[in-house]
Design a protein around this ligand. Structure first.
Ligand code: DAK
Length: 261
């Protein structure tokens, strides 16, 4: 599986760990990282041995401190649009990845870093994590989905406050407003993320994937159509071995052994 120096990938007991590895620039996302991530996500999507993905940053200071400002500064309008399109496509790919994705946020998650965390399904944060969309201080709005995913997670009013002020919030505040799912001690972050990954992996894989697709699609289509989509995928799951195994195991009072089929 492909790895770039500034983007690391390792597999550990079915969990794929993606690490943005530019600690000297606080893991800021440059074009090379985005292109590497694009390729890596295709490989992960096609790799059935990866059941759950964790995304994190190198070092103990930053998850990702945003898009690379040095690289962005000289862009023309057309180049900026291309750059933004690449990032948006990569983040959409991450959001739609068949496998569940946990962001293990180990420090600054600013701008594109906050947007990266929001494109993941679940966010676990270290106590020292800091979140924010400081783009308005740089003369731009967020460009990797921040104006869209932030209000969907924390509500319109809170999102607008963060977007307009560019304020940074700490992990406790992020937890309070629903931007993160859990806050843990920094030294426990990866262990907690891995334990959560293992728990998800112990459930019926197809059912988990269907939950992900139904939540993502449903939030874009309104309750009536979302409910109807749910009925379709609910029905489809009765064609899986996992449904037979899950219900039989319950009746037989034993743990299910899911095949993911
Ligand atoms: N880009 C490039 N380098 C960065 C960086 C970034 N975002 N953030 C930090 N660094 C670098 C610093 O320049 C410094 O490099 P050296 O001076 O050592 O060479 C090194 O990382 C360490 O940072 P500091 O010395 O500043 O460390 P501090 O602890 O003092 O401060 C900080 C940490 C995170 C508060 C500070 O570094 C900071 O404010 N960083 C910038 C955070 C930020 O503004 N992030 C948002 C970036 S804008 C678009 C699509 C998307 C986007 C834009 C357009 N299109 C549609 C076109 C997204 C934009 C963003 O994400």
């Amino acid at each position: 599986m492909g790895t770039e120096e500034n983007l690391l990938f390792q597999k550990e007991n079915g969990v794929g760990i993606v690490t943005v590895n530019r600690p000297k620039a606080l893991n800021a996302l440059n074009q090379e990282v985005l292109q590497g991530l694009d390729k890596l996500l295709d490989e992960i999507a096609a790799d059935s041995s990866v059941k759950v993905v964790i995304v994190t940053g190198s070092g103990d200071k930053a998850f990702v401190a945003g898009a690379d400002i040095n690289e962005m500064r000289p862009l023309t309008a057309m180049e900026g649009r291309e750059w933004g399109r690449l990032g948006q496509a990569v983040f959409a790919k991450l959001e739609k990845l068949p496998q569940p994705v946990i962001a293990a946020v180990n420090g600054f998650a600013l701008g594109g870093g906050c947007e990266l965390a929001m494109a993941c399904d679940i966010r676990v944060a270290a106590e020292n994590a800091k979140f924010g969309q400081p783009e308005v201080s740089l003369g731009i709005p967020p460009g990797f989905g921040g104006t869209q995913r932030l209000p969907r997670l924390v509500g319109k009013g809170r999102a607008k406050e963060l977007l307009y002020t560019g304020d940074m919030i700490d992990a406790a505040e992020a937890l309070r407003i629903g931007l993160v799912n859990k806050v843990v001690a920094a030294e426990e972050l990866m262990a907690v993320a891995k334990t959560m990954a293992q728990k998800i992996m112990s459930r019926a894989p197809v059912a988990v994937q269907v939950c992900k697709a139904a939540v993502n699609a449903g939030l874009e289509m309104g309750l009536e159509y979302g409910i109807s989509y749910e009925a379709e995928v609910f029905g489809l799951c009765f064609a899986t071995l996992d449904q037979k195994e899950g219900m039989t195991a319950f009746i037989e009072k034993r743990k299910p052994a899911f095949a993911g089929k």
